[in-house]
Design a protein around this ligand. Structure first.
Ligand code: SF4
Length: 84
């Protein structure tokens, strides 16, 4: 998972939002993370064996996709806002 100016639409959206991976966030010394952001949510998806999985999603209006795009609990971006 990455942010990339010339990548897939989702990677480009992450780039526009100033998204950084968990490793980049820790290196940058930022304490805010996706898990505490108002745009963060879990999406339930069915897996190939009829079971359910959950995926970490960013639902910010600038995110790609109808229900937002993938992120991780320990990533962050420049659009972070505290969960109410
Ligand atoms: S807006 Fe940024 S900090 Fe918030 S969930 Fe999306 S990617 Fe994470």
């Amino acid at each position: 998972m990455k942010a990339d100016t010339y990548g897939t639409p989702t990677e480009q959206a992450r780039h526009r939002m100033g998204w950084m991976s968990a490793t980049e966030r820790k290196k940058d010394g930022r304490h805010a993370r996706c898990a505490t952001c108002r745009c963060f949510h879990w999406e339930t998806v069915t897996n190939g064996w009829g079971g359910m999985n959950v995926k970490a999603r960013c639902g910010h209006p600038m995110a790609a996709g109808e229900t937002g795009h993938a992120t991780t609990e320990n990533a962050v971006c420049a659009k972070w806002e505290l969960k109410p």
